[in-house]
Ligand binder design. Sequence first.
Ligand code: F6R
Length: 242
Amino acid sequence: MKIIKAKDYEDMSRKAANIISAQVILKPDCVLGLATGSTPIGAYKQLAAWYEKGDVDFAEVSTYNLDEYRGLSHDDPQSYHYFMRENFFDHINIDLNNTHVPDGSNPDAAAACSEYDKIVAAAGYPDLQLLGIGNNGHIGFNEPDDHFSKGTHCVDLTESTIQANSRLFDSIDDVPRQAYTMGTQTIMYARMILVVANGEAKAQAVYDMCYGPVTPACPASILQLHTNCVVVADEAALSLCE
Ligand code: F6R
């Protein structure tokens, strides 16, 4: 695991965007695994700004997102389909047909998940997978458990995740209780993994991910076994790591 310390959120975002744009420049038709949440928004903004300047071109890129809430339509403003368009895809020249997010609107969880596994496998898995990390060490929506997950599956969100994500909803009761998420094994198939983290609330999870035992109790800890994993985190998120 390579750890890159950033001064603050802005610096973290620029450093992460640099790594993603290097991937796109080196392989214009690369496959990117993408994440939602607050953490990557700054990196998406930076990439969009570099696209505007003509420094990076997404015309041939394809993307596969980690997860989606179960039961939300693609146009629901709380859905990750919507989030990705609003925060990234609508600001770059990506072909929307080449962007993929698990189909939360399909109530048939088994069908939605196995369909997603098929298309991620057919794409050859991501060249670069961008990840945020939950306060409880989750990656994607792979919550702490007694085993690591494999392919895309339906999960019950933990109270801690429902609580953390409620900041984006009118009320905690509106937070969906289930999501479809890429599995840990699928995440590990990516040829490079880039984790972004900022803020003190992530400090324990970042410490456990980098230096704790490899255990499904902290799903991100498995990234210690990936041969090409880079963590870009600000000083506050790395505060327990010195
Ligand atoms: C989002 C995702 C989650 C988030 C994590 C951190 O697609 O898979 O694992 O990365 O919950 O979220 P933020 O960045 O909002 O703190």
